[in-house]
Design a binder for this molecule. Structure first.
Ligand code: SAM
Length: 368
């Protein structure tokens, strides 16, 4: 995987001015607002840190307060592309499947958005080394088949010359989300250009490639994930990458609990990455529901930013929402801090016929 995946195309810029036409119909919500939003009737224009109470599953207690000051500048409709490279390529897609090259292996997995026909002949797909079959849901169960020879659980991969392991995991994943490479390249640049010590917090960090990219660039990294297995894989990746001596704290904890504690302690970070699933569980069974918990999480991330913070990068997968949902959430949360919030989609560009396969929504604040 090459960082060239960070190619950005600005397709559209939304106007910042909300100026409803005279006599425009005022829409009213037909449903009662959810309680945590209904409670936000306190004095606006207060920039005090919000109160963090103990989280109850799927019903956060944090009282969110509108921030005072100017909202950050905005750039919307950005498409960040991951182009085919030697380390990773989306080769072809269609008929509800995608054909990808991960280092030495050609892999077939379900892909609900590939509603078109494959561009390549069946003979190319038949060269696959591994095929995942089963439930087509993102987290659906299924199994791997190896049509040529049985393969081991792991194999060597690389991002921008940083080696790590690809891995046939249950639930179809392969230990890395290549579309994230564009965010990693962005973070790498920020850390190197800062020319000062930089602290990075990687929430929902999975197998740790982002943490390794940050550590290699010179940052002090805190990596948080709920899964012991994922943390163990991340440590193996650290060794594989030859970065064992780099300062990375590997923490197996519920991400929300962790950030709440950091806020109480007054710990701060210069860059925060958060890549939450739509639904997940902490090690103690804590429920993560993106729509319920993300507003609190983003608010706490703002509270634990250092005075000279560089960036907060949010990605959201498998949700029914426009990028505007997370864009406006981020702009509200970073109100008063200056900088820019840019948002859009992460896509994979197909080698066979250049089609774009959308993987996720993103929104990132940068202190520009
Ligand atoms: C989409 S993956 C992150 C991918 C990663 N950013 C990357 O690019 O490699 C989501 C991760 O969130 C973790 N997770 C789910 N619920 C969590 C929770 N409540 N607290 C912390 N981590 C959680 C999962 O274990 C999983 O590793």
């Amino acid at each position: 995987m090459k960082p060239s995946g960070g190619k950005t195309r600005k397709t559209k810029s939304a106007a910042s001015k909300a100026n409803p036409a005279k006599g425009a119909v005022q829409w009213q919500s037909p449903v009662k607002p959810r309680p945590q939003f209904a409670k936000q009737v306190r004095t606006p224009a207060i920039d005090a840190p919000a109160q963090g109470g103990a989280r109850q599953d799927a019903s956060p207690r944090r009282v969110l307060v509108r921030r005072s000051g100017a909202r950050p500048e905005e750039r919307t409709g950005l498409i960040l592309e991951t182009l085919p490279s030697e380390d990773y390529a989306l080769l072809d897609s269609g008929n509800g499947l995608k054909l990808e090259q991960y280092g030495p292996y050609r892999i077939v997995r379900p892909e609900g958005q590939a509603i078109w026909l494959p561009a390549w002949a069946k003979a190319e797909w038949d060269k696959a080394d591994a095929v995942f079959t089963g439930n087509t849901d993102e987290e659906g169960v299924g199994r791997w088949h190896f049509p040529k020879v049985p393969l081991g659980e792991t194999w060597p991969l690389a991002f921008d010359e940083l080696p790590f392991y690809g891995r046939f995991t249950s639930f179809r994943h392969v230990g890395v989300f290549p579309e994230q490479g564009t965010h990693w390249a962005h973070m790498d640049r920020l850390i190197r250009n800062a020319k000062r010590p930089v602290k990075v917090l990687n929430l929902f960090g999975y197998t740790g490639v982002a943490s390794l990219v940050a550590a290699r660039a010179g940052a002090e990294v805190t990596h948080v994930d709920a899964s012991k297995k994922a943390i163990a894989w991340a440590r193996e990746n650290q060794e594989m990458a030859g970065l064992s001596s780099k300062p990375i704290r590997w923490i197996c904890e519920d991400a929300m609990k962790f950030v709440m504690r950091e806020e109480r302690r007054g710990s701060t970070y210069d860059i925060i990455l958060l890549d939450p699933p739509a639904y997940g569980r902490g090690p103690g069974g804590e429920v993560w529901q993106l729509f319920d918990n993300l507003p609190d999480m983003v608010d706490i991330c703002r509270a634990i930013l250092s005075p000279n913070a560089l960036s907060v990068v949010l990605t959201a997968y498998s949700i029914r929402a426009s990028f505007f949902a997370i864009h406006e959430l981020m702009r509200d949360a970073f109100t008063g801090l200056g900088g820019t919030v840019e948002s859009g989609e992460l896509i994979l560009r197909e080698r066979s016929s250049g089609r774009a396969l959308s993987t996720s929504l993103f929104s990132r604040w940068e202190n520009t």
